[in-house]
Ligand binder design. Structure first.
Ligand code: 5CA
Ligand code: ZN
Length: 419
């Protein structure tokens, strides 16, 4: 599927350090895995029914920062992202609003693309819709059945066949994956999150309450695709496994998303992946904090959204939106206040005035102290607040901006001050 237009990333002089990131699985900071100069990244994409709120934006901006510092360090990055364009919440929203689910997904995916472009987010190399990989998901589920790691659950609601579930305990016995490997959660927490986040721990006929759905047999009125299993549609976690494995060799250098995906989504994607390849799924698990608004997690289901497209339509500069988000460390949970945008606009204004007086002629292509400070801050677990403070200090010092300074802000922070 088409992603979006790639923003310009100026090349920077000198050499950059490789990033160190906090890893959810070990709760330690670890260097990202780069093999023969290459790294891979998978980030869970949106479910396109109400895009793009600042929580989404914050997550994709964090991983954009990672891509930018990898590129600066000379790493060849392969980045894959999905879009969950068929799933219960999308179908429910389409039914509630009387819109065809395909039209809803297409329009919200378009909006997401234009929001990412406004925010100068680098596009993934592989942007993949779940509806484009349905037969691959069915094959993967069939393979897991063959391996004895999946089973059918009696599904009276379907005339087409039975739902297929992944057998978590069997996978623990016969693969290197185990429950809690990545999340470090206890059983009670996992069971609660499974119920809250799309699982069905109480469904009768399952071998273990945590077993996740791999393939959902068709129900009346639901979209479905023919397959050797039954007419049906993909379960959630397996979609990301199949898309990641189609484009990225295991283990993925960094598997990313918001912290609401730690369990069950990422842990189950890893279980499926390890079951299919025998390899660990990801080398490092990176999770972004949750953005709240009006006291609660910003979410499509609650409707307490601040959308990028609405801020831009109201005349706000997307660069200021990017700066407002970058003012928070990606791992912290934080709340959006409308005044944050005013503060970011004032900051952008100061930076732009500094940039307009830049001494482009004096460009000598040597790393500047500002470039070194940005590299140092960002390689250190994507410390964008310190990076912004470094630019603030440079601007406040009153000394003239150089071309390398402006290139550094554009390449590493995604903010083009020459516009
Ligand atoms: N399609 C699935 C992933 S396969 C999904 O979670 N879609 S989503 O639209 O709900 O979220 C898209 C991304 O934004 C996910 O990485 C999610 O963790 C992140 N996200 C959602 N809400 C917030 C929030 N309030 N703050 C930060 N990140 C968020
Ligand atoms: Zn995902």
């Amino acid at each position: 599927m088409r992603a979006w237009t790639r923003p310009t990333v100026p090349a920077l002089p000198g050499s950059a350090p490789l990033p160190v990131l906090h890893d959810t699985a070990t709760a330690e900071r670890r260097p990202t895995r780069v093999v023969d100069g290459a790294a891979s990244l998978y980030v869970c994409g949106i479910t396109p029914y109400d895009a793009t709120h600042l929580g989404h934006a914050s997550t994709y901006l964090a991983f954009d920062t990672l891509v930018r510092i990898w590129l600066d360090a000379g790493v060849a990055v392969t980045y894959a992202q999905n879009t969950t364009d068929v799933d219960d919440p999308l179908l429910e929203r389409a039914a509630a609003t009387g819109v065809d689910w395909r039209d809803l997904a297409a329009s919200q995916t378009d909006l997401f693309r234009s929001d990412m472009q406004h925010l100068q987010v680098l596009p993934p190399d592989h942007y993949v819709a779940v509806t484009d990989v349905v037969s691959d998901v069915a094959l993967a589920a069939a393979r897991l059945l063959d391996l004895g790691l999946a089973y059918r659950v009696d599904t009276p609601g379907s005339t087409e066949g039975d739902d297929v579930y992944f057998d978590v305990r069997a996978a623990e016995r016969s693969t290197s994956w185990h429950l809690g490997l990545e999340s470090r959660y206890d059983l009670e927490t996992m069971t609660r999150f499974s119920a809250e986040r799309g699982g069905d721990p109480d469904r009768p006929g399952k071998r273990d309450p945590l077993d996740p759905l791999l393939w959902r047999a068709a129900r009346d009125g639901e979209p479905s695709w023919p397959s050797a299993l039954s007419a049906g549609r993909p379960g959630w976690h397996i979609e990301c496994t199949v898309i990641a494995q189609a484009h990225l060799a295991a283990p993925i250098s960094v598997n990313g998303g918001g912290s609401d995906l730690v369990f069950p989504h990422h842990e189950m994607s890893a279980a499926h992946g390890t079951a299919m390849t025998g390899e660990p799924y990801a080398d490092l698990w990176a999770h972004t904090g949750m953005v709240a608004y009006q006291g609660e997690k910003m979410s499509k289901s609650l409707g307490n959204l601040v959308k990028v497209s609405e801020l831009v339509a109201a005349g706000h500069d997307a660069r200021a939106v990017r700066l407002a988000v970058a003012g928070h460390h990606y791992r912290s949970d934080w709340e959006w206040f409308d005044a944050d945008l005013e503060a970011a606009e004032a900051r952008l204004d100061r930076w732009a005035r500094w940039a307009s007086a830049a001494d482009d002629a004096a460009a000598d292509d040597e790393p500047t102290p500002l470039l070194a400070a940005l590299r140092h801050a960002l390689a250190d677990d994507l410390d964008t607040p310190s990076a912004l403070a470094a630019v603030d200090a440079r601007v406040a010092s009153g000394s003239t901006a150089t071309a390398v300074d402006l290139d550094a802000v554009q390449a590493l922070l995604g903010v083009d001050l020459r516009r």
